[in-house]
Design a protein around this ligand. Structure first.
Ligand SMILES: Nc1ncnc2c1ncn2[C@@H]1O[C@H](COP(=O)(O)OP(=O)(O)OP(=O)(O)O)[C@@H](O)[C@H]1O
Ligand SMILES: [Mg+2]
Length: 334
């Protein structure tokens, strides 16, 4: 795909890297954020197709040791990090320390976007609509906070990949909320966020670029069974997406609705200072307006099952072109 061949180190964390560290008694999605070998192979193949030299760096200490031993020209970052609230910022921060350029957003953006409440505060301050919310760290606090109106969505405030998200995450009343929140607080670490449930169409938006960032595509995520009003794109639904979900790219929405979603996605991307690529999750509210759920500056890149690769297939964008474009945006910083 043109340009000079450079050595691109892939930073990644595999589920198998953490199997010994994660408590074996926990829920089965504790390692959901981590990648599988197919993703690393697909990225390496794509980098090769683009004329670059892929180098597998891994994550954590192995990443650091390999970087110190033989630095690369650019790091392709997919590493989720481990163990801290801003874990996704670990590899970017190390790259910054070592003065090695890297793809995707900077450490600041990755630290904030992993925190759904922080993200929503920034979005709100920039005039972006996002449901009212509260965060609690233990169950007693539920009695003390002023909850938004039911139905409510309850989820982990500091995780992604639908960890902890199931059909019970949508709560119709206080009893359901107490049960779902108690379950999350018992099984995972960190706070839970409780926000108003958006009952309308769900769309995920692929934004790419810097300076003149653009919406590359949008994909509606619709349930095959049941009403959108109760639909949650949960872990169980994602794991069975072929039978549970209908994807529509472009979404089955009017021109003005699509334009409003694009605007929300681009404003979020800019407000969060995203770089190169991000996937912005948006849902339509009861009054028909677009509202932000969250932003994913390290979107999953599994070649078959990742939302971005699924969307790219619908849009006719080959996987290697997607990876090549991420690299091209990062290379502009070299
Ligand atoms: N406030 C809300 N109203 C309606 N649905 C919601 C809301 N928050 C989350 N959801 C549903 O739950 C799904 C997962 O939520 P969210 O995107 O916040 O979690 P995540 O774990 O970060 O997901 P991802 O897999 O995109 O990283 C959404 O795609 C949506 O279907
Ligand atoms: Mg999401």
């Amino acid at each position: 795909m043109g340009g000079t061949a450079i050595r691109i180190g892939i930073a990644y964390d595999l589920k198998t890297d953490y199997q010994g560290i994660a408590p074996s008694t926990g829920p089965d999605d504790l390692l959901e954020e981590y990648d599988s070998p197919e993703t690393v192979e697909a990225i390496a193949d794509a980098l090769g197709e683009c004329g670059h030299i892929p180098v597998r760096l891994g994550g954590g200490r192995a990443f650091l040791e390999r970087m110190l031993a033989e630095p690369v020209d650019l790091v392709f970052n997919t590493a989720e990090g481990w163990g801290t609230r801003s874990r996704e910022a670990q590899v970017p921060a190390l790259c910054e320390l070592l003065h090695i350029p890297y793809t995707h957003s900077g450490s600041l953006t990755l630290a904030i976007s992993l925190d759904k409440a922080m993200t929503k505060r920034i979005a709100s301050a920039n005039g972006i609509r996002t449901p009212e919310f509260v965060c609690v760290e233990d169950l007693e606090e539920l009695d003390a906070v002023a909850l938004p109106t039911f139905p409510l969505m309850v989820k982990l405030a500091g995780e992604g990949s639908s960890m902890g998200i199931g059909s019970r995450s949508r709560c119709a009343n206080i009893r359901e909320l107490q049960e779902a929140a108690a379950e999350l607080l018992r099984q995972y670490s960190g706070a839970v966020i409780i926000e108003r449930f958006l009952p309308g169409v769900e769309v995920t938006v692929l934004v790419m670029g810097n300076g003149a960032a653009r919406v590359v595509g949008m994909m509606e995520i619709a349930p095959r069974l049941g009403s959108i009003r109760e639909f949650v794109y949960s872990l169980e639904v994602k794991r069975n997406y072929r039978s549970r979900v209908e994807y529509h790219a472009p979404p089955r929405l009017s021109g003005p609705a699509i334009a409003a979603i694009a605007e929300t996605a681009l404003e979020t991307y800019c407000a969060m200072a995203c770089r190169d690529i991000a996937r912005v999750d948006i849902r339509i509210d009861a009054d028909g307006t677009a509202s932000l759920i969250e932003v994913n500056p390290l979107p999953g890149l599994h070649p078959e099952d990742g939302d971005v690769p699924i969307m790219c297939r619908h849009l006719g964008i080959p996987y290697a072109r997607l990876i090549g474009e991420i690299v091209a945006h990062a290379e502009a910083r070299l």
